[in-house]
Design a protein around this ligand. Structure first.
Ligand SMILES: [Mg+2]
Length: 247
């Protein structure tokens, strides 16, 4: 979403036309985000404030993907959570018990009130056998005030203190893409991944067998593309160009 649909609190050019085209052409679609902080309802409200009306069922976050992964792996498990409501609600909704007594997992996402005490608890749980899960492997993310630490940067003190490496669920892990396709009920051959990052969106699309479209409205610039050993099929300035490709 960030760099494709909006930037901070500003809707990008051509997005309204693109979304109108999605509905007009009866496309199945999901808006993916690696940020685990917000619930689908909160994302829906954020877009509504920017003048875009989209049902909450069209949002798929790394928090939802993490919840799905854990409930598949270990139904009814428990987790100690360092994260925002988007992550806590997602885990709760699939029947995972949020607990700080002998949890099966320590799950870390983006978090605003990051503190030393919770890090100590997390390290203790890992040393007692809990498994370490990160919602996404982004080191940094965008914010209104510039670049801020994201999940991977926040989880690394726990990795260092315990010697345990985290498993990350969000993009570019193909897990999130495969689950997304299943939600849409479409085969990878009939789907496209549209993203602004070569290192997460485009690689995830390629590894899942989707058509790939890089938009230059976000992180990756035209000059950076040639540094990567893989290519998107299409490179566009923004999603606003997509409706015109069809006609
Ligand atoms: Mg993005």
């Amino acid at each position: 979403m960030d760099g494709v649909i909006y930037h901070g609190n500003k809707l990008l050019d051509g997005v309204k036309e693109f979304v109108a085209w999605l509905y007009r052409e009866n496309k199945e679609f999901l808006f993916l985000t690696n940020n685990s902080g917000k619930t689908p309802k909160e994302l829906q409200e954020k877009l509504l404030r920017m003048g875009l009306e989209i049902d909450a069922s069209h949002f798929y976050t790394s928090a939802l993907a993490t919840a799905k992964f854990l409930s598949d792996q270990s139904p009814g498990c428990s987790a100690y959570v360092i994260g925002e409501p988007g992550l806590v609600c997602a885990l709760h909704d699939v029947g995972i018990t949020i607990s700080d007594y002998k949890p099966d997992y320590v799950v870390v996402g983006e978090v605003l009130n990051y503190n030393y005490e919770t890090l100590c608890c997390a390290v203790g749980h890992i040393l007692n056998g809990a498994k370490l899960i990160g919602t996404n492997s982004d080191v940094t993310g965008p914010s209104e005030n510039g670049i801020i630490p994201a999940c991977r940067a926040l989880i690394s003190p726990i990795e260092m203190a315990t010697g345990q490496n985290a498993y990350f669920v969000g993009k570019p892990n193909p897990l999130m893409m495969r689950t997304g396709l299943r939600i849409l009920g479409v085969h990878s051959d009939d789907a496209a991944m549209i993203g602004d990052r070569m290192d997460t969106d485009i690689i995830a699309g390629i590894e899942t067998g989707l058509d790939t479209v890089l938009v230059l409205s976000g992180v990756t610039s035209r000059e950076e593309i040639k540094r990567y050993p893989y290519r998107p099929r299409l490179i566009l300035d923004g999603v606003g160009e997509i409706p015109d490709l069809q006609s």
